[in-house]
Design a protein around this ligand. Structure first.
Ligand code: ATP
Ligand code: MG
Length: 449
């Protein structure tokens, strides 16, 4: 069943149930009251008549006496203790009552009876006959007027219930439309997306910022995010495959050269092997960086603990100096500077910046470790070629290189800084890159307290 039909059905059914219960309650209460008041009147009448009849019996013939007190729509009867009708008088309209078998009741009786499918009030009172015998004076009156009132009420209530259901049906249909409209348009958009494979947004209508509007808005945000992620991914894959194409082409051409003439010419052999080897290393580094970038922050398994930044920087620079045979000047107060971080990841971060400083400058690199009052700071500065102001925001993008030709010669793939940014984000380190073309670059790492 469709959601709209469900809303329609459930609201209407619930409302109908409530109406039926309330109206049923009204009907039962009212019919009880009506019949009750008729019975009370009949009882009072009985008392009055029985007193007069008891007095007049013996003076006036029974038949005449009873005829004087016969109810408008009913019967008056004298019944002997054996249950025999001694005298009976019925009104014109209730002649059939006379055929009803009489019963004797020892005590005063007042009850509702049914005879030939109709309701009657039955009253019985013991009286003493002039002969000294006990008998019953019984008056049976139709309850048809009460039944008619109750019946009319029933019909009115039934119509009222049905009439009340019309606006309920209309409002539940409207409610269904209000709720279903945006959902249907969302479903249409989703199936459009599935069919065409293209990202689409829902057209949002209405000024009331209700939950449905919010749902549509959230959906649009989600689609926006998916689209931008999808674009980034696409860009990343095309960049990555483009980057891998060059080393593979170089390896391909050198290996075929080796195959053709490598055996005869040792110079070609050496050059080819050298080129293949260096390209293989480049590819290895590139894939390692790509793998790291593909990992999500949560998969990094950080081990955060208090680290003395001074000793970490000292050991890192020593390793760096040995590996690249270059000089690094270290400036620090000598006092231990503790920050909570992951030692290995921080080392990796330092190497990325040291590597850039080495590649893009010739003069010695300076590392300063200190405290700017609130946060611990490590600054790596070089006096190299620097980065143009326009390029500064872009250097953290994946595969971005300021001067493609120059970086290619230095073996860079443009992934270092984007990896650095990811690591810094994971460690909660704020990065600040400052640079001036021709005079150098400095990167500062701010550690959160
Ligand atoms: P990779 O680090 O992946 O081997 P890369 O060094 O080219 O390659 P990034 O470290 O991301 O890539 O740097 C991006 C670009 O920013 C570099 O290509 C370079 O042009 C510029 N750059 C980065 N650091 C410096 C620096 N210290 N001085 C001058 N230019 C820099
Ligand atoms: Mg780099």
């Amino acid at each position: 069943m469709k959601l709209r039909s469900k809303i329609n059905l459930y609201t209407t059914a619930l409302f109908a149930l409530v109406l039926i219960i309330v109206n049923g309650f009204i009907y039962i209460t009212f019919s009880k009251l009506t019949y009750g008041s008729h019975m009370e009147t009949a009882e009072a009448e009985m008392k009055k008549v029985s007193a007069v009849v008891a007095q007049s019996l013996g003076n006036i013939p029974e038949a005449v006496l009873l005829r004087a007190y016969v109810p408008v729509n009913g019967m008056i009867q004298l019944v002997s203790t054996e249950g025999k009708g001694l005298a009976t008088t019925t009104s014109q309209s209730e002649k059939k009552l006379a055929e009803r078998t009489p019963h004797y009741f020892a005590g005063e009786t007042s009850k509702r009876i049914e005879y030939l499918g109709r309701d009657y009030s039955f009253q019985s009172m013991p009286i003493i006959l002039p002969s000294g015998n006990v008998a019953n004076l019984q008056i049976t009156t139709t309850l048809e007027p009460a039944a008619k009132i109750v019946q009319t009420l029933g019909v009115v209530l039934l119509f009222a219930t049905l009439a009340a259901l019309i606006p309920v049906l209309a409002s539940s249909a409207l409610l269904g439309k209000i709720i279903i409209g945006p959902v249907t348009s969302m479903i249409t958009t989703m199936s459009d997306i599935r069919r065409s494979g293209q990202f689409k947004q829902i057209a949002l209508e209405g000024k009331s910022k209700d939950e449905l509007y919010q749902m549509g808005e959230t959906f649009n945000h989600m689609i926006e995010l998916l689209e931008s992620n999808f674009d980034k991914q696409k860009q990343f894959i095309s960049n990555a495959s483009h980057e891998l194409k060059t080393p593979i082409t170089i390896i391909d051409s050198y290996s075929s050269l080796l195959k053709r003439r490598g055996m005869q010419n040792p110079k070609i052999f050496e050059e080819s092997v050298e080129a293949i080897h260096s390209e293989a290393i480049r590819m290895k580094e590139l894939t390692e960086q790509l793998l790291l970038l593909a990992k999500h922050n949560e998969q990094w398994n950080l081990r955060i603990e208090p680290v003395n930044l001074i000793s970490l920087v000292i050991s890192s620079t020593k390793a760096f100096e040995n590996a690249f045979n270059s000089e690094v000047i270290l400036e620090h107060s000598g006092e231990p500077l503790i920050a909570k971080t992951d030692e290995l990841k921080l080392k990796q971060l330092l190497f990325i910046f040291l590597d850039n400083a080495r590649k893009y400058s010739d003069a010695p690199i300076t590392i300063t470790v200190g405290n700017d009052g609130r946060e611990a700071v490590i600054t790596i500065a070089d006096k190299g070629i620097g980065i143009d102001e326009d390029e500064l925001p872009k250097v953290f993008d994946r595969f971005y290189r300021v001067d493609k030709a120059r970086s290619r010669k230095n073996g860079g793939s443009g992934l270092g800084l984007s990896l650095a940014k990811e690591i810094a984000d994971a460690l909660g380190i704020r990065l600040r890159l400052e640079s001036k073309v021709g005079s150098g670059t400095s990167v500062s790492l701010y550690f959160k307290k």
